[in-house]
Design a protein around this ligand. Structure first.
Ligand code: HEM
Length: 169
């Protein structure tokens, strides 16, 4: 009887030990081959971050190109039959201010590093819009700005059309 009891208690010890060690042993085995780790294995790619996309301002050609576009636009406007009444009289320091304003405005719209701090654009008539867009696109093209960038610049300016027109009562 005593022998039987001893055998039983030894058995109990062995079984409970297996039960306790079981998960540890299992865990140990599993931990050696973790699924995610083996999937993630391999060297880190060197250039993980894609380069930031260039702004329209950069793609147009930066400060120098934009300055040529502004000059061309204002010269074109001063010569255009439907715009010259408004633009030809702007000369000297007034023209220089307008150049800077238009430059800062366009640069800001194209996500360049400028900040336009001038007043809102004056109220226009519908009849002046089309000719202005025409001279602006010609100035972009004369400055050598590509078609894709010209289209993008127009897409930026088109929403301004409604804001510039006199409010209908
Ligand atoms: C996308 C279209 C246009 C943009 C982004 C634009 C932008 C500007 C900016 C930033 C100024 C300087 C702020 C001011 O003086 O009010 C300005 C001035 C002016 N704009 Fe425009 N403009 C646009 C279209 C037009 C059109 C269609 C006309 C038609 C006549 C026009 C006529 C003028 C005139 C005459 C001034 C000078 C105001 C002055 O110095 O007294 N603009 N524009």
């Amino acid at each position: 009887m005593r022998n039987l009891l001893r055998t039983l208690s030894v058995l109990t010890l062995v079984l409970s030990g297996t039960a306790l060690l079981g998960p540890v042993a299992c865990g140990g085995k599993t931990a050696k081959v973790p699924v995610m780790e083996s999937l993630d294995a391999g060297p880190e790619p060197v250039d993980a971050e894609p380069p930031a996309p260039k702004t329209l301002y950069e793609r147009v050609g930066g400060a120098e190109k934009l300055s040529a576009v502004v000059d061309g636009t204002l010269k074109g406007a001063a010569a255009h039959p439907k715009l010259k009444k408004s633009f030809a009289k702007i000369t000297g320091p007034k023209l220089e201010t307008l150049k800077k304003d238009l430059n800062d405005f366009l640069c800001e719209q194209m996500k360049g590093t400028c900040k336009y701090e001038g007043k809102d654009m004056r109220i226009l008539t519908e009849a002046q819009w089309e000719p202005f867009v025409e001279v602006f696109v010609k100035a972009l093209s004369d400055a050598g700005v590509g078609e894709a960038e010209r289209d993008e610049a127009l897409t930026l300016l088109t929403p301004l059309h409604d804001e510039m027109l006199p409010k209908k009562k």
